[in-house]
Design a protein around this ligand. Structure first.
Ligand SMILES: *Cc1c(COP(=O)(O)O)cnc(C)c1O
Length: 409
């Protein structure tokens, strides 16, 4: 069995961790929830604060092209998604973007009213669909939540759109984008992928798989900072055929003509609504620089090596006899996290955090370990496995000090 030290020595991405800001001695395994900060991001945001906003004030909208940032940042995200230019814009949160896209999907499939989603997917996505169904009424929109294993059988002539996370947030299972996109298309429906747990950590092929629409997150593996804008992908074949429902001035074809009537911009630029969050966009923009040097193929290779090494060490230390790993062991079906189930998963997560190993917990009983190949090392995995083995052995997770739950878990 290879040692962590020798795996770290042979790691072609090891040099990138120096650019990230992580406290000395901390092992951070929560990049799937909030990516780490970096010196590139801090310098870029400082420059916007002092040199742009601070010195150039309102002229910065033109001088520093603040107004073009949703489109320019979207174009920098596009290659990470396997998307040709003109199809990605960086705006709003995933939840808001799903609202826009589901409505668009229903308009593209008149006569079909069903949104099909899987029942254990990220709740916000389903909440948005429920809200849309309530708004449009039962005759025009219906959400059908099905078990993952029933998804393909559930598709029929009433299905307008299938909405699915590429990697399940709770289990870490990665779905077959090509097969499921084709299945949606075979039934005459559209496919909407949520890339929250895959953008920035594995190669994606949206164009090649004829994906219709996708959304993703700026603050997870893309490291754009808390509240960073997400993104919308709309395949070019749908451009010019639809209007997204949130008609705001920045989605207008001529925002500064200040015309009374709305005329949406051509293409994906129409998915903008109001003023962009420039500070957050600057952070996300700078965080994307690293992808100019680190290839997505190398990132995925290291991600799989990290999760494989973690599984091997946890097995060797007996942890997998106490906790059940619900993330598939087949590499192709694995995202960049491992999810371990235990009735005391909350207490275990708190005991790890006390040992300066930052992980998270998803109700009711899942401990999530997220691996960010740009800054996590095999040494991090080794320390985590050893510490977790100690915690499971001495049952310190039962201590009353680990039983309090804050608002955000
Ligand atoms: C994190 C996450 C979101 C977050 O949605 P926001 O609206 O951007 O807060 C949505 N979907 C999935 C699958 C996620 O993991």
């Amino acid at each position: 069995m290879p040692e962590a030290a020798s795996l770290d020595k042979d790691d072609s991405l090891a040099r990138f961790s120096a650019g990230f800001c992580l406290p000395e001695g901390m092992v951070y395994l929560d990049g799937n929830s909030l990516g780490a900060s970096s010196t590139a991001v801090i310098d870029a945001v400082n420059a916007v604060l002092t040199e742009q906003w601070g010195a150039d004030l309102i002229s910065s909208w033109n001088k520093h092209d603040w107004i073009g940032m949703p489109v320019s940042v979207g174009e920098r995200i596009a290659p990470l998604l396997g998307a040709a230019e003109g199809q990605v814009v960086s705006v709003d949160s995933i939840s808001v973007n799903i609202f826009k896209l589901l409505n668009t999907a229903l308009a593209l499939r008149p006569g079909r009213l069903d949104i099909i989603a899987v029942e254990d997917d990220f709740p916000s996505d389903a909440y948005v669909a429920q809200g849309l169904a309530a708004l449009l009424g039962a005759g025009r929109c219906r959400l059908r939540l099905v078990a993952q294993t029933q998804l393909e059988q559930a598709l029929d002539s009433k299905t307008a759109v299938v909405m699915l996370s590429h990697v399940n947030y709770r289990s870490g299972e990665r779905y077959d984008m090509q097969r499921l996109s084709a299945a949606a298309h075979d039934s005459g429906a559209l496919i909407l992928w949520d890339l929250a747990h895959s953008a920035g950590v594995m190669p994606l092929d949206l164009d090649a798989h004829h994906v219709d629409m996708a959304v993703g997150c700026g603050y997870k593996y893309l490291n754009g900072g808390p509240g960073a804008p997400g993104f919308v992908y709309l395949n070019r074949r749908h451009h010019g055929r639809v209007t997204q429902p949130l008609w705001g001035w920045l989605g207008h074809s001529e925002p500064f003509a200040f015309k009374t009537g709305y005329r949406g911009a051509e293409g994906v630029a129409q998915f903008q609504v109001g003023t962009p969050a420039v500070l957050s966009m600057a952070a996300l923009n700078a965080a994307l620089d690293v992808y100019g040097e680190a290839s997505m193929k190398a990132i995925r290779t290291k991600s799989l090596a990290l999760t494989a090494f973690a599984l091997e060490r946890m097995d060797a230390l007996g942890i997998l006899n106490e906790m059940t790993c619900i993330t598939p062991s087949t590499p192709n079906s694995r995202g960049s996290q491992l999810s371990l189930v235990h009735p005391q998963a909350w207490g275990i997560s708190q005991a790890l955090i006390e040992a300066n190993i930052i992980v998270d917990f998803r109700a009711p009983d899942v401990l999530r370990l997220g691996f960010a190949p740009l800054y996590n090392s095999f040494g991090d995995v080794e320390i985590t496995a050893m510490t977790l083995a100690d915690i499971v052995r001495d049952q310190r997770y039962l201590s009353v000090r680990f039983q309090q739950r804050p608002k955000v878990t």
